[in-house]
Design a protein. Structure first.
Length: 350
């Protein structure tokens, strides 16, 4: 048996005209995307910024520093020079940097050094292995003696891992006194054949161009809205709420500054222990330090009675892994209630 199927004729000219219809800027970009990651970035699907605190909202440690960690997850590293990192506030209604950020980071040197840098270590070196990554940020300031700054990536394979590569990839940028947006796409070397140890990371650094500048001239760098994403497309800065950004930061560093109150009733035993949770689970068991709420003395807690601090006591502390700590109070009167006030820091940075 033969079955004959008929179909309405197609107007080829109309179909071709439909293909030429303008899809809009984003639509055309999506059609031209070469990877799924680029499509995800263009439509804003999922989290994309590998940098934590790229908008410099979180400053648990303070607002001015001469070395070490400053804004959360950002570290000032020096080798012989002197520098200061400070939190700077954007004026209300400014339009130079989009999305109305509150703060930016300023690094000022009084004596330049070819190894002065601001850096963030991104946990997990395998995430970007062999891939194109795109870093975008806003910057202004005064250039170092060599005439430019450098974005540098370092691959570090952790304790027990392969030897690190101090200069995996790099690119230069030159600032002016006005805010500019900079975008760089860099191919990260593959880690094939490497052994990964504890604390492996990708180190993202903003520094004097050490291959060019060996002068001691002072310089200043302001940076804002730093974003690092997979792929070769720089998309709009990903805004995360302060609460979410703080929680991400607290995986690496947590600070209680409010004189935490813990009521302890001693019993017939010589020591009473109290277990307390961290606000966020840490990357590893942290370095934990307790401080007296009254004097700020490390290793002490303060006794609070009748609306006044009456005594201090040195106490041992045990960190219970990545999620809690234990305070041990001993040699007190059984059956008595004590109010101990203290603050603490818990450091699990890379």
């Amino acid at each position: 048996m033969t079955i004959q199927v008929t179909k309405e004729p197609i107007n080829l000219r109309e179909k071709l005209n439909e293909l030429e219809t303008n899809k809009g800027l984003k639509g055309n970009e999506i059609l031209q995307a070469e990877t799924a990651q680029e499509v995800r970035s263009l439509i804003g699907a999922g989290r994309k910024n590998l940098i934590i605190n790229g908008g410099f909202d979180v400053w648990q440690r303070g607002t001015s520093f001469t070395t070490g960690f400053s804004a959360d997850r950002w570290e000032l590293a020096l080798s012989g020079g002197t520098a200061t990192v400070t939190r700077q506030t954007f004026s209300v209604g400014q339009t130079d940097v989009p999305f109305n950020p509150n703060y930016f980071l300023r690094c000022s040197t009084s004596i330049g050094d070819d190894a002065a840098r601001i850096e963030q270590k991104i946990e997990g070196v395998a995430i970007t292995s062999g891939q194109n990554i795109t870093i975008s940020f806003y910057a202004k300031g005064t250039n170092p003696g060599g005439g430019s700054f450098e974005i540098r990536l370092g691959q570090y394979f952790g304790t027990g891992g392969s030897a690190g590569i101090s200069r995996a990839a790099s690119d230069n940028f030159t600032v002016t006194s006005s805010w500019q947006k900079f975008t760089r796409t860099i191919t990260v070397p593959s880690i094939s054949g490497k052994t990964l140890g504890v604390g492996n990371n990708l180190d993202v650094m903003f520094e004097q161009s050490w291959a060019i500048d060996t002068s001691t001239a002072a310089w200043e760098l302001d940076i804002a809205n730093v974003q690092l994403e997979l792929g070769s497309v720089a998309t709009d800065f990903e805004h995360r709420s302060y609460g979410e950004e703080l929680a991400l930061c607290q995986r690496y560093y947590e600070k209680n500054t409010y004189g935490l109150l813990q009521t302890i009733m001693t019993n017939n035993y010589s020591t009473t222990q109290t277990k307390m949770p961290f606000m966020q689970t840490k990357r590893v068991a942290p370095t934990f330090t307790v401080y007296s709420a009254a004097s700020g003395t490390a290793g002490n807690v303060s006794s609070y009675t009748s609306a006044a601090y009456t005594a201090e006591k040195a106490i041992p502390v045990v960190v219970g892994g990545v999620d809690s700590y234990i305070l041990s109070i001993g040699s007190e009167v059984a059956g008595t209630i004590y109010n101990w006030h203290y603050s603490y820091t818990a450091d699990a940075e890379l």
